[in-house]
Design a protein around this ligand. Structure first.
Ligand SMILES: Cc1ncc(C[n+]2csc(CCOP(=O)(O)OP(=O)(O)O)c2C)c(N)n1
Length: 663
């Protein structure tokens, strides 16, 4: 490094490198958001050169600080920082190809596209809520393994949009309650959104809102790097999470448009780009960073190498068993799970349990949580209904992270996003529950679990009209179909205690796919009464009861309706109609089977009827165009379960009649 040259480089020059790259990349793509990166360049420069703990050469360092660009539209800020600080994952060519197919520099930051992108952001508010999960994971792991190996901050850059979104309230309220004091939010307080000034649509006192939720708040002129550094220094000493309101000018550096919504989300145009160059004194052509400025950035990026080495030394010095557990968690391996589930299923075969699948899930969790210490459970204030807390599971409390069960409160959306953060952080496997109907309240975060390919397990109980008296607001009808429509999400609806255990195993072993476990409120008979060497649910659909004779009818069912299908089969067999029952715990898992297996399960040439207490959409895959479907086509109603199943005609008689009508 040329020391003299570095001394001549100012931190404002370094920030201007971000501004230049951002405006030039947006100009080249002729789309994107230059305003936010240009406005927050000074703040980000302070963070990445003076405070953030990271090592571009070891981007997977378990104890690195996490940086979340919640205002994901400002993606060029992140790409610039990663390139400038020396991450190999973002080259200058990648930046030139901003927003083009195949470039890791996508329109919004996409997790998995380049090292250093800690999470996918873009849907406003998700980033800050995900960061709460990361900060929580850090404290949970620190409680287990000690501050010597887990001791990092989680930083967020959030804009007005993130803070206006409802999810931000759930997130800040949870973080404040838990006293996640190593979470620091840098708010891009530029008072501009797309439609114009923030006061078009909002007049709240943001800092007061954060304080009411248990945060400390600070403010700084976001273009005075010393003031920003002072505020960050104070924030790091806080015993509560901290919001730093950074007063900035959107598009800072573009002289004719800065401070206006015009600079939020459109290329500046050649004339304004030239004017900004002139204004900033930036003489380099597009996509060229003067050597001295690049060198200053690279040495900032290299600062973390010694901290990484020191951390490695501390990991080596750990007690051997603890270290092995820590590293196993980081790798995400589950060496004890398979044997534990097999033993547990054998015990169910020996002593069948006719319980609700939510209860069966709790029984499975008693086994799983003992065998897989990485699990972190929770519920959105329905712990006793979701049955997500296993025997002896300790509860996480404000400032006390020794437990592994989180009372997320009535914050379903925040809970789901926090689970994404826990999974992204690494070292832990989050699962948590609410009522199935409230997957709608979680859906934007579930979508990100799926898009980011995270191991997040959603325990969704009360999965049909079978919940009874709470009525149609609480009864999912379209939810299974809606969730099955989402790519890379495994929706599983087990029929009994054995299937529930098998589905849990599939969910835990799916390292790159989130799972929904749809579980019943009502008791169900155990239908699996013999041991199987194989996890049958992993097949997605399988013949549960063969026909007595050459099958003329195939009945398909999921979850609580499998028992109804079994009753219908008994009736049909009694009438001399050989009938088989196929249990379909998961459409998605079935699609991954071989065509030969699928053909065999589908039972070509038989009359086909499906029964599920939900809408028909999607069932054609199993029943074809001429099959029968017994389910729901309207919302449910408030009544005892028996009356509801009769009222909506989800009965064995109806299933048998639909079959006979097709013979
Ligand atoms: C959930 C969601 N709604 C809407 C959008 C579209 N959108 C992107 S940026 C933005 C305005 C954000 O304003 P602010 O956070 O102040 O960003 P700035 O103008 O400062 O860049 C909107 C509405 C989005 N990305 N996500």
């Amino acid at each position: 490094m040329n020391e003299t040259a570095v001394q001549m480089v100012t931190s404002r020059d370094m920030a201007n490198a971000i501004r230049a790259l951002s405006m030039d990349a947006v100009q080249a793509a002729n789309s994107g958001h230059p305003g936010m990166p240009m406005g927050m360049a000074d703040v980000a420069t302070v963070l990445f050169t003076q405070f953030l703990k990271y090592d571009p050469k070891h981007p997977d360092w378990a104890d690195r600080d996490r940086f979340v660009l919640s205002a994901g539209h400002g993606s060029m800020l992140l790409y610039s920082l990663l390139h400038l600080t020396g991450y190999d994952s973002i080259s200058m060519d990648d930046i030139r190809n901003f927003r083009q197919l195949g470039s890791p520099c996508a329109g919004h930051p996409e997790f998995g596209h380049a090292a250093g992108i800690e999470t996918t952001t873009g849907p406003l508010g998700q980033g800050i809520a995900t960061a709460v999960g990361m900060a929580l994971a850090e404290r949970l792991l620190a409680a287990r393994y000690g501050d010597a190996v887990v001791d990092h901050h989680t930083w967020v850059i959030a804009g007005d949009g993130c803070l206006m979104e409802g999810i931000s309230q759930e997130a800040i309220s949870l973080a404040g309650h838990l006293k996640l004091n190593k979470l620091i939010v840098l708010w891009d307080d530029n008072k501009i959104t797309i439609d114009g000034p923030v006061d078009l649509s909002s007049s709240e006192d943001q800092a007061a809102r954060f304080r009411a939720a248990g945060w400390n708040t600070l403010e700084a002129d976001g273009h005075d790097q010393n003031a920003v550094a002072d505020a960050i220094r104070k924030a790091k000493a806080s015993d509560k999470p901290v919001l730093i309101a950074c007063r900035t000018i959107i598009g800072y550096g573009a002289p004719n448009v800065q401070g206006t919504s015009a600079v939020h989300g459109a290329a500046l145009g050649d004339k304004e780009v030239a004017a900004a160059r002139e204004h900033m004194g930036w003489t380099s052509p597009a996509f060229e960073i003067p050597a001295d400025i690049l060198s200053a950035w690279r040495s900032a990026g290299a600062q973390g190498a010694s901290a990484y080495q020191a951390w490695q030394g501390r990991v080596s010095a750990m007690d051997a068993a603890k270290r092995a557990a820590f590293e196993q968690g980081q790798r995400g391996e589950l060496p004890n799970l398979d044997a534990a589930i097999k033993d547990y299923i054998a015990s169910l075969i020996a002593k069948p349990a006719n319980v609700a699948t939510r209860k069966a899930s709790e029984m499975a969790l008693d086994v799983i949580n003992a065998a897989v210490p990485e699990t972190i459970g929770g519920s959105a204030d329905l712990t006793g209904s979701n049955n997500t807390k296993s025997k002896g599971q300790g509860v996480v409390k404000p400032g006390d992270f020794a437990g592994s069960f989180i009372h997320y409160g009535i914050r379903e959306h925040g809970m789901a996003a926090a689970m994404n953060g826990i999974a992204l952080h690494g070292g832990l496997i989050p699962y948590s529950g609410t009522f199935m109907v409230f997957t709608d309240y979680c859906r934007p975060a579930i979508r990100l679990s799926a898009l980011m390919a995270l191991r997040v397990i959603y325990v969704m109980t009360h999965d049909s009209i079978g919940l009874g008296e709470d009525g149609p607001t609480h009864q999912p009808v379209e939810h299974l179909a809606a969730l099955r429509a989402m790519p890379n999400l495994d929706v599983m609806r087990p029929a009994d205690a054995v299937e529930t255990a098998e589905c849990w195993q599939v969910a835990l072993e799916s390292a790159h796919t989130p799972s929904i476990l749809a579980l019943s409120r009502q008791n169900l008979p155990q239908l699996r009464l013999t041991n199987s060497a194989e996890n049958l649910c992993a097949r997605g659909a399988y013949e549960l009861i063969p026909a007595d004779g050459t099958a003329k009818v195939t009945l398909f069912a999921t979850g609580s309706e499998v028992a109804i299908a079994a009753d219908a089969r008994t009736a049909l067999q009694a009438e001399g109609i050989p009938t088989r029952v196929v249990s379909v715990p998961s459409f998605e898992l079935f699609e991954r089977q071989t065509p030969a297996y699928q053909k065999q399960v589908l039972g070509d040439g038989t009359a086909r009827v499906a029964v599920e207490a939900g809408v028909r959409q999607g069932w054609e895959r199993f029943i074809g165009t001429d099959g029968g479907f017994v389910g729901m086509s309207t919302f449910g109603a408030s009544a005892p379960i028996k009356a509801l199943y009769e009222h909506f005609g989800i009965t064995a008689e109806r299933v048998a009649a639909e079959a006979k009508a097709r013979l």
